[in-house]
Design a protein around this ligand. Structure first.
Ligand SMILES: C[S@@+](CC[C@H](N)C(=O)[O-])C[C@H]1O[C@@H](n2cnc3c(N)ncnc32)[C@H](O)[C@@H]1O
Length: 308
């Protein structure tokens, strides 16, 4: 669901150039302003808002908005984790595949991937990428929301989801039940999810006096995040809070912080000014991001679970 700005009632005037660079969702996209309200559970209209938001950015999502240096850094960590968990020719399900970058990576390594997304435009981008890469024999692309997993057949070795699609689903418990049905016993879930406590984001907005924006991840329920003048309805989680929805069918293998010392993708300009410094911070992320307390913070967290 990776990042985030808000959509709202009034304050669109502070959409200056700086804000346009700040990310709205788990990407390097522009933040807008926070709506004053959140919602207890996502309804159909809100799912459609989110779909329209991602449809509207699909065409350039491989650029700075969806694939800048800091996003790539996080992406490599999910790749390494998937490579470590699955032998070649595993059957993998990608939830919220975006433009298909991950699906291509895993298909090239010999896996068979079913790539799904709720945005039809994203699905078309993935389809085009798969054709261009001559990987049609390894990847099936399907227009499907995570809330529609009951339409898929089972038999997967693993399910992954990168950069926040899991933050956009109405009922995480129902998703957990479907994931359990889709996976063979011992199968793995590997998700990167937007966390509740991102010190960089908190500090960035608090120092600018934007206290409401600074606290947006604290909302108890789904909250409106602006992207490209559309709204993404987003629910943020602490890792253990997220895991609670999965405990009946899955055991936790590990979780770690992503972009804790390294800034979140919307602050990529800091990184570009001093890449060496920020590589040192990346080193800290890799060494310390699994430690108790630290692993509960960061722009995203990466969580690995095992089907019981
Ligand atoms: C931040 S992008 C990440 C895309 C991709 N996983 C990547 O790594 O680049 C989030 C993706 O989740 C998709 N998404 C949002 N809500 C969804 C839902 N309910 N079901 C499936 N996909 C969803 C969006 O369309 C978008 O492609």
């Amino acid at each position: 669901m990776k990042r985030r700005g808000r959509h709202s009632g009034g304050a669109q005037t502070d959409m200056n150039e700086q804000h346009k660079r700040e990310t709205g969702h788990s990407d390097g996209s522009a933040p807008e302003v926070c709506r004053p309200h959140a919602t207890a559970s996502l309804d159909e209209a809100q799912l459609l808002d989110t779909q329209r938001a991602f449809d509207s950015v699909a065409v350039d999502y491989d650029g700075p908005r969806g694939n800048n240096e800091l996003i790539q850094r996080m992406r490599r960590i999910l790749w390494d984790t998937v490579h470590g968990e699955f032998s070649n020719a595993s059957r993998l399900l990608d939830l919220g595949c975006g433009t298909g970058i991950d699906a291509v990576e895993f298909a090239r390594c010999g896996h068979h991937v079913v790539a799904t997304d709720w945005s039809r435009q994203m699905v078309e981008r993935t389809q085009a990428r798969i054709v261009a890469e001559s990987l049609r024999h390894r990847v099936t692309v399907t227009h499907l929301g995570i809330h529609q997993l009951d339409r898929l057949g089972d038999g997967f070795d693993g399910i992954y989801s990168n950069f926040g699609p899991m933050n956009c689903v109405p009922d995480l418990g129902a998703v957990a039940v479907e994931c359990a049905r889709l996976l063979r016993p011992g199968g793995r879930l590997i998700f990167s999810v937007m966390g509740r406590l991102c010190p960089w984001e908190l500090g960035h907005y608090a120092l600018r006096g934007r206290l409401k924006r600074a606290g947006v991840r604290a909302a108890r329920s789904a909250t409106a995040v602006g992207m490209n003048h559309h709204t993404i309805w987003t629910q943020y989680y602490f890792p253990r809070e997220f895991y609670r929805a999965f405990t009946a069918h899955f055991s936790m293998l590990e979780y770690r912080a992503l972009s804790l010392f390294v800034p979140p993708p919307f602050l990529v300009d800091y990184y570009r000014r001093h890449p060496r410094w920020y590589e040192c911070l990346g080193w800290l992320d890799d060494r310390l991001g699994r430690l108790p307390l630290l692993r509960d913070m960061g722009d995203h967290f990466l969580i690995v679970m095992r089907r019981r």
